[in-house]
Design a protein around this ligand. Structure first.
Ligand SMILES: Nc1ncnc2c1ncn2[C@@H]1O[C@H](COP(=O)(O)OP(=O)(O)OP(=O)(O)O)[C@@H](O)[C@H]1O
Length: 235
């Protein structure tokens, strides 16, 4: 498998203070999946934001689909096939569900408004609701759907299950499994539910104070209680 995404010695931050991520290397083959784990404030969101071009990169190299993207704008990265579901969801409140999907749509693959409605029937029922008239779970489905309709090669999800009822988490997990199965999409997942994150991914890395302190297979990490307890804080 060729690498869809590669980071080499990437250091980045917010323009002042210490770097939020430091000397980070990772390689993600096309069709694979990566869980990014670690305690609060270790730089997980900053790593995703750096891949999307939302931090200031001090040094290093980011390659996506064979081309260097470290110096290009976020919208260009999206155009190249990076789909981002940020922690804050960032739904447009004054647009309807359908309009939120429609503004993000790029016709280059199997995902469109109708296939997203088929994946999330709840969104189909709410298609005329405004973004600010949705439950947290519906907003999260819409945030995932909005990334999907751009038909990304890489889907980046920042804590997609946070604060959601277990029944909604189950629906989103099933949807993610379907997305993988039906479109062989590569994805990166930041998630505090460690067992869930490891069960959904092939690869995992752990960050501590902005640096990669463990990198390997999700299966191996799931069975490594001492690493999980010392580096992620799971007892
Ligand atoms: N927009 C920002 N401006 C300045 N500093 C920031 C910003 N976002 C994060 N930071 C800092 O960068 C460091 C890493 O934060 P980050 O949010 O990436 O960690 P995290 O592992 O995602 O945390 P959590 O698990 O709590 O979401 C922290 O010191 C944080 O204060």
């Amino acid at each position: 498998m060729t690498d869809l995404l590669r980071l080499e010695a990437v250091t980045a931050g917010y323009g002042y203070g210490a770097a939020a991520i430091e000397n980070v290397a990772l390689s993600l083959p096309r069709g694979s999946s990566l869980a990014v784990l670690g305690r609060n404030g270790v730089g997980k969101t900053s790593l995703l934001a750096t891949i999307m071009g939302l931090t200031q990169m001090a040094s290093g190299k980011i390659t996506f689909d064979g081309g260097e993207i470290g110096g290009i704008d976020t919208y260009e990265r999206a155009r190249l096939g990076l789909g981002y579901v940020p922690q804050e969801r960032e739904i447009f409140p004054s647009l309807t569900v359908e309009e939120n999907l429609s503004v993000a749509r790029v016709d280059r693959g199997k995902w469109n408004i109708e296939s997203v409605f088929e994946l999330f029937p709840r969104l189909a029922e709410r298609r005329q609701n405004f973004g600010n008239h949705l439950s947290g779970g519906e907003q999260q489905m819409l945030a995932v759907g909005r990334a999907l309709v751009s038909n990304p090669a890489l889907l980046i999800l920042d804590e997609p299950f946070e604060g959601l009822a277990p029944v909604i988490v189950d629906q989103l997990v099933e949807a993610l499994k379907r997305i993988r199965k039906e479109s062989d999409m590569t994805f990166i997942l930041v998630e505090h539910h460690v067992d869930l994150a490891l069960s959904l991914t092939v690869q995992a890395l752990i960050l501590d104070r902005g640096q990669v302190v463990w990198n390997g297979k999700s299966n191996d990490l799931a069975g490594n209680k001492s690493v999980l307890s010392s580096l992620v804080g799971i007892s």
